[in-house]
Design a protein around this ligand. Sequence first.
Ligand code: AR6
Length: 175
Amino acid sequence: MAEHQALIEIVVGDITTQLVDAIVNAANSSLLGGGGVDGAIHRAAGPRLLAECRELRRTAYPRGLPVGEAVATGAGNLPARWVIHTVGPNRHVGQTDPALLASCFLASLREAVNVGARSVAFPAVSAGAYGWEATEVARIAVAAVRRSPQRGTLDLVRFVLFGQATHEAFIHALE
Ligand code: AR6
């Protein structure tokens, strides 16, 4: 029998409405919110999410969450149980190393399994304000999920893309 491996799904949609155990936030190092998917997640989750993020800054991450790392909180009013915050590399400040972006996906999956999640939804981390091409994000993200040791512990990894072009880039990367 084949070894158990999480299914990889690619859909167009809004990550805040996903019925999965954990959704990943494309955050910034401050962990205190921002625009894009980060803003949407904080709006939908409500003030409990921000309070947990502030607590993380007070305790584990007084200088912020480093690029390429990930940390879990509860999900406030979202249907998910956890939000995994990760900080993608920002091309606009010269962060062009693909390994840093791969690390976001790998660290997020580790953190998801650590908290007990079986299903995880990702946005296209770094494909918005942080300036990476969707095709590059798609290639790096799909490759990272495929080689993640956590894939065997999870049932589902879903990429939730906000537009047709990004969706097509991910479909292409999966093929
Ligand atoms: N659901 C799914 N995807 C979304 C949603 C949504 N509700 N909203 C936007 N996207 P970005 P980054 C897509 O800019 O590039 C923030 O201010 C969007 O179309 O959210 O990692 C943070 O605080 C794009 O394809 O994240 C940081 O400062 C993708 O999500 C900075 O932006 C990522 O775009 C992070 O920039």
